[in-house]
Structures are given as C-alpha cells and as structure tokens.
Design a protein around this ligand. Sequence first.
Ligand code: NAI
Length: 395
Amino acid sequence: MIIKPKVRGFVCVTAHPAGCAAHVQEQIDHVKSKGLIKHGPKRVLVIGASTGYGLASRITAAFGSGASSLGVFFERPSEEGRPATPGWYNSIAFTRAARAAGLYAGNINGDAFSDEIKQQAMAAIARNLGPVDLVVYSLASPRRTHPRTGVVHKSVLKPLGNSYTNKTVDTDKGIVSQVTIEPATEAEAADTVAVMGGEDWEMWIDALAEAKLLAPGATSVAYSYIGPVHTWPIYRDGTIGRAKLDLERAARAIHARLDAFGGGRAFISVNKALVTQASSAIPVVPLYISILYQVMKAQGLHEGCIEQMQRLFSTQLYNNSVLKFDGEGRVRVDDWEMRPDIQAAISEIWPRVTTENLAQLTDIAGYRTEFLKLFGFGVAGINYEAEVEPHQVLD
Ligand code: NAI
C-alpha cells in the first residue's frame, strides 16, 4: 500500500516502515561517525527501547561500543493492510542492523510494568545475554496496571496547587492560543507518580538482582527533564515533576544497592526537550520546543535524541573519568539548552509569538519535520509514492 501521514492532534496514526528504517539508519550512522566509545557497555537491557531516548540509547550502546542488547517496548504490530506503530518498525530495523553487525539483539513486546514481561526478560537475558552491565529505564506511558494490586493508574499532565495559564500551539494547525489547565487532585498526582515515578524501575532491578542477572559494577540510568521557568508549572512543579522526584528517590535507592554490588551506580540524566511522542502530548511544551529549536539551531547547538545519547555515553557515563553531577546528584545533558544566553533568547521571543508570526519567530517547521520523522515520514531518500508492505515481522 501507499502510506501517507494521518495526523490527529498530537499523534500520527500511520507510520512508514521504510522511512522508520531509514531514520534508524541515520541514527546508527551518527553514532558510527563519532567513533568507538571506549569502556562502553557490552550487555544492555533497555526498557522503553523502541522510540525516543530509549531507542537512541540502544543504538549508541550497540554501534558505539558493540553491545548486545535486549529491548523491551509496547508497540502495536502491523496487520494486513494496517501499518504498525513506528516503534515496531524501528525495532525491526535496529535488530536487522545489529545482527548484520554480529551483535545479539533480542526484543520483547509487551507491558513492561507487568511481572510476566519481567519474567520473560529474565529468561531471555539468562538464555542469550548473560548478566547485564547497563540497564536503561526510558519508559513514557500514560497508564500502568500495578502488578501487585491490579489497580490501573493513569498519569495526568497538570499543575499542582493552582491553575496554570500560558500560551500553547496547535502544532498541526499552527494556531497559538491561551490554555488554562486546572490543578490536579491529590489522587491524580499520586497516580502520575505510580506511572512515571521510580517504583517500576526498582522492580526491574529487584528482578535482575534476584535472578543474578546484574553484572558486578553495573550501571543503571533513567531520564528526566527540568526545563525553563515557562514550563515549570506544567512540568517541573506539576504532576510529572512530582513523578520525576520519585524517580530521583529510586535512583538513590538503586545506586546504594548497585554500589554495594561491585561498585555499580545508578543515576538520573536530565536530557534536553525534544520532539518525541511523549513530549508532543504535553501542553505548552511544543511551543517551547519550537522556540528552543530556533534559538539552538541559530547557535549551532541543536541536538536530537541520538546526539544527546551519544554525548551522554561518550562524555559522561563511559568517559572513564569522574562523572560530572549537579548539586542534586544528576547528570546533565540539558546543559546547552539551559545556558543563560539560550534561555534569555527564548524569554525574549516567548511573549511576542502569535499565530501570525509563528513561522518567523519559531522553528515550527523544524518541529513538524521532526514530528513526522518520528513516524517515518519526510526522511531523505524514501519514495513516499511507492507501494510498501506494511506487514513486517519482528523476530
Ligand atoms: P517515547 O514516547 O519516545 O518512548 C517511550 C518508550 O516507552 C517506547 O519505547 C514505548 O514503547 C515504551 N513504553 C511505553 N509504555 C510501555 C509499557 N507499558 N511497557 C513497555 N514499554 C512501554 O518517550 P521519550 O520522550 O523518549 O521518553 C523517555 C524518557 O525520557 C521519559 O522518562 C521522559 O520523561 C524522558 N525525557 C524526555 C524528554 C523529551 O523531551 N522527550 C526530555 C527529557 C527526558
């Protein structure tokens, strides 16, 4: 079939297999162009491995330091006549490329929050990989069925305490408007912590430790975001920020545990705001990202997921020197985004943006290009008028 983008609000309901594969290849090429990451990981478990930061971490580990990997993700496979979600095609492309390079690449498609998927992962690691020396925790999910209680927790993106009014953009229609978001209830905040906080990361580490599948000295990392004052009420100081604080709590607990086991370590890396399926769902953030891209591209400082993860691995995690932490013990690769000159330029543009000047003052065009690329559209070298088979098997 001929597959075209069908954008519905902040999602695209179609994905292009060849475009996704080419997008994965671009990321592989970037990592290879940067050369070997000395002392990098060799056996890696990536939870949330099919898109965004998790996929970029997996690609960096495999093609930057020759790591074998098991990827866990939750994607809708293709059916006859209906495309899969992009993470399905990304994972197929990654797996083929990794195997062609002689690397083990295994995949588990299912709910990472469940005991069943954890046990499947333990069996696969025991059988095919051996004890892992890196665990990347990169889930972004709207809900979690708690494996002990069976309760379904739904995360919300809301402020805490007071309502929040700010500018936002409908990235599809290009309309800038004011949005007011009412504060979350305590129950909604607790639910968001249950979904996006650190309990499940700890459960993964428990499962690995119990099965003796953690290598001595293993590293584990999860990702967070802080961002600028413009988005604090909806991000850092909102429900998702509270969940990220819990992720930091989990990082400290996991660190203590890994440290006692052969000098391992666990921490949070604070990453840059980027267009991903997760971030496009947050009110106000897409407008901020459009301005951020404009300013960072003008300074020659723009990075995507793969540039961020390659920099994280090569200059921080596996730099073989002392890691640089902020005052809260976090690694920062949002350092360029948060530079005072970058933030000052954004603050100058922010109040002036309207629907009429959106295209001049912001990189809304770059935002849209990146958004479509997440689904395999607009990738160089792909003929989108050609027939393509949507049904692709992941083995
Ligand atoms: P994403 O939406 O691109 O990726 C999410 C991944 O989680 C996918 O692999 C998906 O299949 C998997 N997943 C979701 N629910 C699952 C489930 N129940 N079981 C198994 N797998 C599941 O998200 P993105 O943006 O890469 O986010 C990853 C992490 O990075 C999150 O913690 C996010 O808060 C953080 N982060 C994101 C930033 C951004 O601007 N996008 C900035 C800084 C941090």
